[in-house]
Design a protein around this ligand. Structure first.
Ligand SMILES: [Fe+2]
Ligand SMILES: [Fe+2]
Length: 245
């Protein structure tokens, strides 16, 4: 695609999935901030449209098929993928990182006061994400799956208690912003997850885990904000259009 400062970040990653890696490395927000223009996103990340264009050219532009697959695969397949790959990962990571963060803070916290803040931020994002994923798994995803099933069968669907699917989607997007913000603060407090020279193996492992947690969260939120949610909104509009005709 032709890149300009006005291009929407989410459109760029959908057209060119390799851009995710470039954005990730440059600190450009492509998931929560996917709706922003490239110009604004670059400004917020302290980089430029020219620099991003240069890096994108260097990747060679051979797109992976994954996002292309999710823009057309059944929504039920996408919600299952998100549950198994990303929700599963978040739960496992919380189980590993929570005790590790406590251990590293107890051992090095006196000399590295930022460890207390990092542990606090992690506990907060862990708590928020656990509740968030539960809402998706119990309310939003089953409704999207039921909509798709009804649409295919040409059947109608009882109106949900939340009115329109826009409501839980907007709530989930606000929660993505909050989680994204906590992770940004963790990155800042840890100096970009670079363990100090006197950091032991546990310290290094903690930062490695936090870095992976951030990367997975970006990919997870990208799949929801930029692919699943817009497709669910389109499906609801199509169903309303059909029942109104
Ligand atoms: Fe999710
Ligand atoms: Fe989510």
């Amino acid at each position: 695609m032709k890149l300009s400062g006005d291009s929407k970040v989410s459109d760029i990653v959908l057209a060119e999935p390799k851009a995710k890696r470039v954005f990730e490395d440059a600190g450009v927000d492509y998931c929560c901030g996917g709706g922003h223009s490239l110009q604004d996103a670059c400004l917020a990340a302290g980089t430029s449209v020219e620099e991003i264009s240069r890096r994108l050219r260097e990747t060679g532009g051979t797109a992976t098929a994954e996002d292309a697959h999710w823009t057309s695969a059944p929504l039920g397949e996408l919600t299952r993928h998100i549950r198994e790959k990303h929700h599963g990962y978040v739960r496992e990571a919380i189980g590993r990182v929570r005790p590790l963060a406590g251990k590293v803070r107890a051992k090095h916290g006196e000399k590295h006061s930022e460890l207390a803040e990092i542990e606090e931020l992690f506990l907060e994002v862990a708590h928020e994400m656990s509740a968030h994923m539960q809402k998706e798994e119990l309310i939003l995803f089953p409704y999207i799956e039921a909509m798709e099933k009804a649409f295919r069968a040409g059947a109608s669907l009882e109106p949900p208690f939340f009115g329109t699917v826009q409501n839980p989607i907007h709530m989930m997007m606000r929660e993505h912003d909050a989680a994204g913000d906590l992770v940004k603060r963790m990155r800042k407090a840890s100096g970009g997850y670079l363990a100090p020279a006197d950091g032991c193996t546990s310290y290094q492992t903690l930062y490695q885990e936090l870095r992976e947690f951030e990367t997975d969260l970006h990919e997870h939120v990208h799949l929801e904000n930029n692919i699943l949610f817009p497709r669910a909104l389109e499906l609801e509009a199509a169903m309303l259009g059909r029942s109104g005709s």
